[in-house]
Design a protein around this ligand. Structure first.
Ligand code: PLP
Length: 384
């Protein structure tokens, strides 16, 4: 079995599991309780908050726990929109290849009277900061551009976009869900005002994430109730998951340099192997991409059939995003970078993990090669 769908979700690492267990069975107090059990949980929560802040080059007061990446994106966009509206600014700039957590929130904001400019994305899958600068208006409240794309893996010039926004007095949100634990993140160096991450994409548990909001930006609550998260996100904190997330992020951050070197070499080995397949094309820039992302389109095949046959041979991959699978519409990301419907339908995303070996990489390449030629032959036979 080879699991090559880490962009969809990852296994919880042993270190993260170990960090969670005490908070499931011994330190189970409610952090809001003034007694000993509660205060021990509260101390753990404070500790996790500063450790996570440290990994992002943020301050603990700028970290808000959420139920994951989707909630953090929703809250970031709504916060910036409300701040903008209070200053008479109701224009938002984003890009066509964003995650649906961003795109669908922007749709909702558009229905509520905001104007959204969705920038087109060049074929290499990288949005130039100059395009963002050119789209800014007097009434622009927010720019939201993802740090790295979840389908084609391209890494965006976040620092340049952040600098443009800071200079023009526009808030900058970045969905860094695919970047956290996989690329170095520095909210200060990149002039990031709002940022979303999710633990299950870096070997932490599902259902927990972080909204970073720069000092001076007060998140607007989506969930009302108790006074948790300094009144910005009601609900008893998921202490075990938060402890698991902190451990997972620290572990990923500590091993980032060597993981990047190893994964990049394996990624490029797979890319070279798949490029040898006739009428194949790599989607997204070959260099400015996540160390573990490989994304190809193959002419003349159905991606769904390729995935099913790979699965039957013990290789788990994806066509694009897990969230969009099951729909027959071509991926909005591939459409955004100008891939034809036919090519978009024959696509494959491989997102490898730290356990991947050279033998696994070669096995993936060989199986994709075999299945693509089998499917093309079968299609040819059906035509005749
Ligand atoms: C997975 C993902 C999300 C959603 O995160 P959840 O924690 O699953 O809600 C948002 N944005 C990107 C880029 C993602 O890859």
């Amino acid at each position: 079995m080879i699991y090559a769908d880490h962009a969809a979700t990852t296994a919880v690492s042993p270190a993260a599991i170990a960090a969670m267990i005490p908070y499931l069975d011994t330190v189970y107090g409610n952090p809001s309780s003034p007694h000993l059990f509660g205060q021990r949980a509260k101390a753990a929560l404070d500790d996790a908050r500063s450790r996570i802040a440290h990994c992002l080059h943020a301050d603990a007061k700028e970290i808000y726990f959420t139920s994951g990446g989707s909630e953090a994106d929703n809250q970031a966009l709504r916060t910036a929109a409300m701040i903008g509206a209070a200053n008479g600014k109701r224009h938002i700039v984003s890009a066509a290849f964003e995650h649906h957590a961003v795109l669908h929130t922007l749709d909702a904001l558009a229905r509520e009277g905001f104007t959204v400019t969705l920038l087109p994305v060049p074929e290499d899958g990288i949005l130039p900061a100059a395009d963002v600068a050119a789209a800014l208006r007097e009434d622009t409240a927010l720019v939201s551009v993802m740090y790295a794309n979840n389908e084609i893996g391209t890494v965006q010039p976040a620092a340049e976009i952040g600098a443009v926004c800071r200079k023009r007095g526009v808030l900058f949100h970045t969905d860094a869900v695919q970047a956290a634990g996989h690329l170095p993140l520095d909210v200060q160096a990149d002039c990031i005002d709002l940022l979303a991450i999710s633990a299950h994409k870096f070997h932490g548990p599902k259902g927990i994430g972080v909204l970073y909001a720069r000092r001076g930006i007060t998140p607007k609550p989506l969930i009302f109730g108790g006074g948790q998260e300094r009144g910005r996100r009601a609900g008893t904190e998921n202490v075990p998951a938060i402890m698991g997330m902190a451990a997972a992020l620290e572990e990923a951050t500590a091993h980032l340099p060597e993981n990047t070197v190893r994964l990049t070499a394996l990624r490029d080995r797979i890319i070279a192997g798949l490029r040898a397949i006739p009428q194949s094309c790599l989607n997204g820039d070959a260099v400015r991409r996540l160390p573990a992302n490989i994304h190809f389109s193959f002419a003349g095949i159905e991606g769904e059939s390729l995935l099913m046959l790979l699965d039957s041979r013990g290789i788990c991959a994806s066509a694009g995003s897990a969230c969009a699978s099951g729909s027959t519409e071509p991926s909005h990301v591939l459409t955004a970078i100008g891939r034809s419907r036919a090519l978009a339908n024959g696509s494959l995303r491989l997102s490898i993990g730290e356990e991947c070996t050279e033998a696994d990489a070669d096995c993936i390449v060989q199986n994709v090669q075999e299945i693509v030629s089998y499917l093309r032959e079968a299609a040819h036979w059906n035509e005749n």
